[in-house]
Design a protein around this ligand. Structure first.
Ligand SMILES: NC(=O)c1ccc[n+]([C@@H]2O[C@H](COP(=O)([O-])OP(=O)(O)OC[C@H]3O[C@@H](n4cnc5c(N)ncnc54)[C@H](OP(=O)(O)O)[C@@H]3O)[C@@H](O)[C@H]2O)c1
Length: 284
């Protein structure tokens, strides 16, 4: 059957579910049903997606879909999948997908035992709002795993929105997810503290955010082109330990809660640069 004609049900449409649902709809795929534990949430998701019928989590209509896409939070996947799988004895010919980066497709085994193909597709992207997702999910990279039929469908969807898929090892998803976590929310946390320092040094909040966004974008671009070692700059790389020592003293005074993270990052940075840090530089 033409993938665009297969009725899709989206279960648990949060930020990612709504954004992906809308993109699939824009690309001519048939988002037929939307289920959420609160009907008001499902109604609002349908408005954002632009199509779909609101159904309950235990609705027989949900079982009529050819494809079910679970976009709930990770912890809800297992119980919600069990609940929905129990709606039919036979799921043969159906494809069941989820969008978690850390949970393997095997969380959908209750469907596979009843004949369905199961898989997962995870965008290596950050979606703080559905409206951001409809922009940045286009052209992004997606980690996929699972049964061949499920991977085939995931690839079709991703291709339709100009993205790239790569296969990830189901047993290594925690590492895969940690890789994204290590550079995304952590970066926001570091920038949050950088803003405090910039404001103390005279910049307004909005200027500070613009400054950080530019330097981070440039750093990311250099990292892509040159690789980690050659993209590194700054006093730790130059061996300018006096400056690092001054940072440590001022950070201890102004934002001491950040100092342990700063120290560990300097250690990792020096190791990457092949430098050893003289004793006492990082303080007690
Ligand atoms: N946002 C991102 O940047 C991003 C990026 C890549 C992958 N992902 C993955 O996408 C998935 C969803 O993330 P998200 O950021 O879209 O989360 P989200 O905005 O918090 O949405 C999660 C959805 O799950 C629903 N849910 C939670 N527990 C449920 C339950 N027991 N039964 C039914 N629905 C339940 C929530 O419904 P209520 O409104 O009723 O709580 C909500 O609609 C996760 O697996 C996440 O790892 C997210």
């Amino acid at each position: 059957m033409n993938a665009r004609k297969q009725p899709i049900a989206i279960v648990g449409p949060g930020r990612l579910g709504q954004a992906l649902g809308r993109l699939l709809n824009e690309e001519g795929f048939l988002v037929a049903y939307v289920a959420a534990r609160r009907r008001a949430a499902a109604r609002s998701a349908v408005r954002f997606i632009g199509t779909g019928v609101v159904v309950g989590m235990d609705s027989p209509e949900l079982a009529a879909a050819s494809v079910i896409l679970f976009t709930t939070s990770d912890a809800a996947l297992a119980p919600v999948a069990r609940q929905v799988a129990a709606l039919r004895k036979d799921w043969r010919g159906r494809v069941i997908l989820h969008t978690s980066g850390s949970v393997p497709a095997s969380v959908l085994l209750p469907f596979k035992r009843r004949g369905a193909a199961i898989g997962s597709l995870h965008p290596f992207q950050t979606i703080p709002y559905p409206s951001v997702g409809i922009r940045n999910l286009r052209g992004c990279m997606w980690g996929i795993e699972g049964d061949p039929a499920a991977r085939r469908l995931a690839k079709r969807w991703v291709k339709a929105i100009n993205g790239t898929t790569f296969q990830i090892r189901a047993g290594k998803k925690t590492l895969y997810h940690a890789a994204a976590f290590m550079v995304c929310p952590t970066l926001v946390t570091l920038m949050h503290h950088s803003v405090k320092l910039l404001k103390l040094s005279g910049a307004s909040e909005i200027i500070a955010r613009a400054m950080l966004s530019k330097i981070v974008a440039e750093t990311a671009g250099n990292f892509f082109v040159f690789g980690s070692r050659r993209a590194l700059t700054g006093p730790a790389v130059r061996g300018d330990w006096e400056t690092i020592q001054k940072h440590v003293a001022e950070l201890r005074r102004v934002i001491p809660e950040v100092l342990p993270a700063y120290r560990e990052l300097v250690r990792l940075m020096a190791a990457l640069a092949g430098r050893s840090i003289p004793a006492k530089v990082l303080g007690p």
